[in-house]
Design a protein around this ligand. Structure first.
Ligand code: FMN
Length: 309
């Protein structure tokens, strides 16, 4: 049986629905010796800002039960150095490149970044990271406020024809409301979830194990929360969802797709097994064949739920 494995995120066609999540795959070159990068559906870059950022003081990560806390603080070389040093390798891979961007303070930084990215034809899509919990200087995340989300997405939408993805935070009361705001403002897709705010303490020193104090939790510990949020958002919006949060294997990737994700992103799992994305691609194909499913898109949101409250 011929199975259709490609998916569409707006006008962007991906050969398969497996992406590398922002911040966990560097700028892809770091992974070139471990796997054939062309096996991925797309690569999302580490979030970039206009100017270089040094990030937060060490220690920046710590392991927790079934999870990882991090507060990297968006360390990145800034747009110019990215274009000079990182983009040439990414361009050569031959799969869609999604550039994740963040603005440190003002929306004008987003607009400046996007107007520069508009000129890079090899960049297939822009992911607005309005949900990074690890940057000081702003009391609330943009993605914690529906109006602010609407405003920034709409401003960016006005100036770009590139596929626009909005990355959402789980640190909210209703992620469905925020997803709706992104959709109304013209986002082509939503990506969820970013890390969940967390903390871990060294009891002898009575200090946080991650220097910044509050950090972002990722990995299997957050998976049930992420799946619940994908399901909620699936029931609120029509645009595609890129689901992530603790995907470690084929089965967990399938959970996200069945809950409503069109595509999935692999994050923390890359640190444990750098070949995991390619393995998940093969495993998903095998699942489709075994279950005689002709098109992966038929699985999206196919959850059989008996009773809805
Ligand atoms: C070390 C680390 C760095 C991250 N950096 C970014 C980032 O720069 N931009 C972003 O949008 N998300 C970032 N994330 C969040 C991931 O992309 C992903 O949303 C989150 O970790 C949940 O997926 P996971 O449990 O599979 O890792 C980072 C996560 C980790 C663990």
């Amino acid at each position: 049986m011929q199975t259709k494995f490609s998916v569409e995120i707006g006008k962007l066609k991906l050969n398969n629905p497996v992406l590398a999540a922002s911040g966990t795959f560097g700028y892809a070159e770091e992974f070139k010796d471990f796997m054939d990068l062309r096996k991925l559906g797309a690569i999302v870059t580490k979030t970039l800002t206009l100017k270089p950022r040094q990030g937060n003081p060490a220690p920046r990560t710590c392991e927790t039960p079934a999870g990882l806390l991090n507060s990297i603080g968006l360390e990145n070389p800034g747009l110019e150095i990215f274009i000079r040093d990182k983009l040439p390798f990414l361009k050569k891979i031959g799969i869609p490149i999604i550039m994740s961007i963040a603005s440190e303070e003002e929306s004008s930084e987003f607009l400046e970044l996007v107007s520069r990215i508009n000129m890079i034809k090899e960049v297939a899509a822009v992911e607005l990271n309005i949900s990074c919990p690890n940057v000081r200087g702003r009391s609330n995340l943009i993605s914690q406020d529906a109006e602010a989300t609407y405003k920034i997405v709409q401003e960016v939408r006005k100036i770009t024809g590139k596929v626009l993805i909005t990355k959402l935070s789980p640190n909210v009361t209703s992620i469905g409301v925020i997803a709706e705001a992104a959709e109304k403002a013209g986002s082509d897709a939503v990506a969820l979830i970013n890390t969940l705010g967390g903390m871990s303490i060294d009891v002898e020193q009575r200090k946080p194990k991650v220097a910044a104090g509050i950090a972002g939790l990722s990995g299997p510990a957050i998976r049930p929360v992420a799946i619940r949020m994908v399901w909620e958002v699936f029931n609120r919006v029509k645009i595609p969802i890129i689901g992530m949060g603790g995907i470690m294997d084929v089965s967990s990737a399938l959970e996200f797709i069945i809950a409503g994700a069109t595509a999935v992103s692999i994050g923390t799992a890359n640190f444990i097994n750098p070949k995991i994305s390619a393995e998940i691609v093969s495993g998903l194909k095998e699942y489709l064949t075994r279950n005689k499913i002709a098109d992966i898109q038929d699985l999206t949101g196919s959850l059989k739920i008996c009773s809805q409250r």
